[in-house]
Each structure stands twice: as C-alpha cells, then as structure tokens.
Design a protein around this ligand. Structure first.
Ligand code: PMP
Length: 446
C-alpha cells in the first residue's frame, strides 16, 4: 500500500510531483475525536475532515441510519417527477431548523462547491424573474473561499486557486476583507468595519447597482486563514445590499451546523442572508451532501413566476441521495441529543483562551484568531513588524510534523496552522490538543 501511495491518486490542491516526493499520511481508522494511521499511530484529529467530521468518527447513530437506509432504499432520484421519503423528510427538517432565518425551500447537491454554484445561479435567476436581466455580477472578499467549480472559483479571493483555469466567469469583483491583523487602514475593529463596508458599497456603485446580482461571503472565513470580522460588519453589509437591491449569499459550508458555537454563522451577527450555502457538517462528513437554502424573498419570486424561466436548472443525479439524506437526518438528531453546538461554544472558548497565549511563548507566532472550534494560527518571521512567513519556509511543516509525532493531526495552509476538531471533542481532549501544540511550537522554536 505504501508503495502505491501518491502514485496514481492526485490530491486536490497539491502538485502531483510533490505528492510523489512526500507521500501523504495514510489514515486507516477513526473513533470519536481520534484517528489512527496505517502504522497504528494514534492521533487527536485537529483537522476534523476539513471542517466536516462534526460528530467525530464512527458515530453509531449516523452509521445505523446509513445501514438502515441501505437496507430499505439504497438509491433513488429526487429529480423532477419522482421523489423519496428521506428527501421530503430532510427538506422539511432543514427548513424547520432555519425558520429563524425564514428559509422557505432547499435545493440539494453533493457538496460545498455545488451548493455555491446553486446559490450563484439562483441569484442571477431571481433578478431575471423580476425583470432585471442585467444584474449578473458578483462581488466577494479577497480572502474568501467558495469552492472549485467555475462560478465558485471566479468569486474565490485567492488567485492561486484561479489562475491556472482562467478565463473565468466575467463580472466577478473582489473587495477587502475586514481583517484586523493585516489591513492597510487601522487597528480599530469598528473603524475597519466601517471602511470595508464602504469599500463594498463603492464597488457596487462603481459597477452600477443594477448590474450586481449578489455579494457572497463566509460569516467567518475558513480556508483564508480563519478571519473573524468585527461584529458590525455583517449588519452593515446587509444594509448596503438592501439599499442597492443586491442579494446577500452566506457561504456557510464551514460555519453551518455549529462550528462557530452558533448553529449558523449568520446568527453570530444577527443578520439574515437571502441564500445560504450548506455542506460538510450537514451530514457530518459521513456521506457527500450539499444544500442551497433559499429565503422568503427569493422563494417568492420563483413561486409567483409565470414566465416559464423559474425552473431551477441546478440539480444532480444524486441530489438528496437517500443515504446522504438519512445521514443528515441522523446528524440533526445527534446535534440536539449531544448538545453539539453548546459543546462547541464551551470547549471552543477554552481552546481560544489557551491558544491565544501562544504568541507570548513562541516568537514566530504572529496572530491567533478564531471563534468556537475554528482556529487559525498565523506564523510570521517577526512579531513586531508582522512580516509574513515566506512560502518557502519549512517552519509550518515542521510544527505539523512535531504535532503528528506527539499525537495530533493539524492542517497547514500557507503560513497558517488551522484547527477544526470534531464539535464533540471533550474538555480533556482540548487540553491534550493545547499541550501538544505548545510542545510542538516550543520544539521548533528552540
Ligand atoms: N465554501 C467554503 C466556505 C468552503 O470552505 C469549501 C470547502 N472547504 C467550499 C465552499 C467547497 O466545498 P466542497 O469542498 O465540499 O466542494
């Protein structure tokens, strides 16, 4: 097995030659917050299936729901004229869960990139249904991440994810993220929120408001390095979008289903989006599933359409796959039974509090930021000047190797070490995670 590792399987976001030169770690088993590699080495899973294994590994209830569905109806389509029991149950439950948001309908797909694509298409279609056929542009944030399909890639902030695939969707523009640690404006969060909101409004006005379909952003940015906006930013964004008739799309692929210590990220900011992108935690990573949730304003435009343009031409053979739907329904039950969101808030606060002391003990830790059970640790070459860690530095990888050896899986993304453990993680496991991480930074810093 080890001989074949990295030979035929090209990994997302990795150079095929790099995968050959440094074969990936092979994970063989998972249980709760823990995973074992092929050599039997046990590690706490600080990566959590890339923000998705929210219930931890081998959750019994989800497993039983999947097996029961396999024994009843392993597959059928929910496509045009046919549906199945679990598709109806899941759509009903999800809409119920999102009643504070006023969600009316949901379109299922197979993952986060699909959910984003659905949101972008439905936003354009909404304006067409209302007779505003020129509203086709999208605005997003420079550090935002929205998946790998052509629409999502076009609104991605980081050009590393885009440039090999250009030309992309025309009419996509990026504005500054309210990122306290790195911005050319100010160290005052309130002022930064004002400035970044104003930059968004100026971009809308510059483009011509009646050409802009939607603004898309993550309530807390994940892949961009875990960037939490100031509390007043999203309320300001909502106001601006309303003023100019622009839809607000919340990409909750990471933040949805409890990651931040709230069930949905928009709840952190007391703001409603018009469309939500959901995936990952929706099925706790057990089976691929994505969803685009549609609020009342957008749903009404479709329901009252008489032009014939209102058919949703976004759906897949496997939309609302019965096994994925069964896994999601069991996940929702477990979220309640295990008080997963409350746990994420409680142990998340413990994690945040302890790791925020890291810059005091380690000279190459510049910033520790996050909320709930999402944390980004940014490494720098100099704390005072905040000089970024160069891409060629091996320090981030050395910290990750030290943690691995000591029994902790972490993820490195550029200069950032990113943590997104299962939301069911215990306080004791959080303490273990912090101890290992501190020792690993000490070791590399020594
Ligand atoms: N949106 C966000 C905010 C994400 O973080 C991701 C994936 N990390 C996606 C979309 C794409 O999701 P997927 O990988 O399931 O296609």
């Amino acid at each position: 097995l080890k001989q074949h590792n990295g030979r035929h399987l090209w990994h997302p976001m990795a150079h095929p030659q790099a995968i050959r030169d440094t074969p990936p770690d092979i994970i063989a088993r998972g249980e709760g917050s823990w995973v074992w590699d092929i050599d039997g080495h046990k590690m706490l899973d600080g990566v959590g299936g890339l923000w998705s294994a929210n219930l931890g590994h081998s959750n019994r209830a989800v497993r039983d729901a999947i097996v029961a569905q396999m024994d009843t109806l392993p597959f059928y389509n929910a496509f045009r004229g046919t549906t199945h029991v679990k598709a109806i149950e899941l759509s009903t439950r999800l809409v119920e869960m999102m009643q504070p948001e006023g969600v009316q309908a949901v379109v299922f797909s197979n993952g986060g990139s699909d959910a984003v694509e659905g949101a972008l298409k439905i936003a354009r279609q909404f304006h067409k249904l209302r007779g505003q056929k020129d509203r086709s542009k999208f605005i997003s944030l420079r550090q935002g991440y929205h998946g790998v399909h052509f629409g999502g890639m076009s609104v991605n902030g980081n050009s590393n994810f885009r440039r090999a695939y250009e030309p992309l969707l025309p009419g996509c523009f990026h504005v500054d993220t309210p990122w306290l640690y790195r911005n050319p404006f100010t160290d005052d969060p309130e002022r930064l929120s004002e400035i970044c909101a104003e930059l968004l409004e100026r971009e809308i006005v510059f483009q011509g408001p009646d050409t802009v379909a939607a603004f898309i952003a993550e309530p807390v940015q994940g892949a961009g390095g875990v960037i939490v906006p100031p509390a007043s930013y999203w309320p300001r964004v909502r106001e601006i979008c309303d003023r100019h008739g622009v839809l607000l799309i919340a990409d909750e692929v990471v933040t949805g289903f409890g990651r931040t210590g709230e069930l949905f990220g928009t709840r952190l900011w007391g703001v409603n989006a018009d469309i939500w992108c959901l995936a990952k935690g929706i099925s706790s990573g057990y089976v691929p599933l994505g969803a685009t949730a549609i609020g009342a304003k957008v749903a009404d435009a479709f329901l009252s359409d008489t032009s014939g343009l209102g058919a949703v031409s976004h759906g897949y053979t496997y939309s609302a796959h019965p096994v994925a739907a069964a896994a999601a329904l069991a996940t929702f039950d477990e979220l309640v039974r295990l008080d997963v969101v409350g746990n994420a808030a409680r142990v998340g606060a413990r994690l945040q509090e302890r790791l925020r002391r890291l810059p005091q003990r380690c000279a190459f830790v510049g910033d520790v930021r996050g909320i709930g059970l999402m944390i980004g640790i940014e490494m720098v070459t100099d704390q005072a000047s905040r000089a970024p860690m160069p891409r060629t530095s091996d320090i981030p990888a050395r910290v990750a190797r030290a943690a691995y050896r000591r029994g902790l899986m972490v993820r490195i993304s550029g200069p950032n070490l990113i943590l997104s453990p299962p939301l069911t993680i215990s306080a004791e496991e959080i303490d273990f995670l912090c101890e290992v991480l501190e020792a690993s930074f000490d070791e590399v810093g020594a």
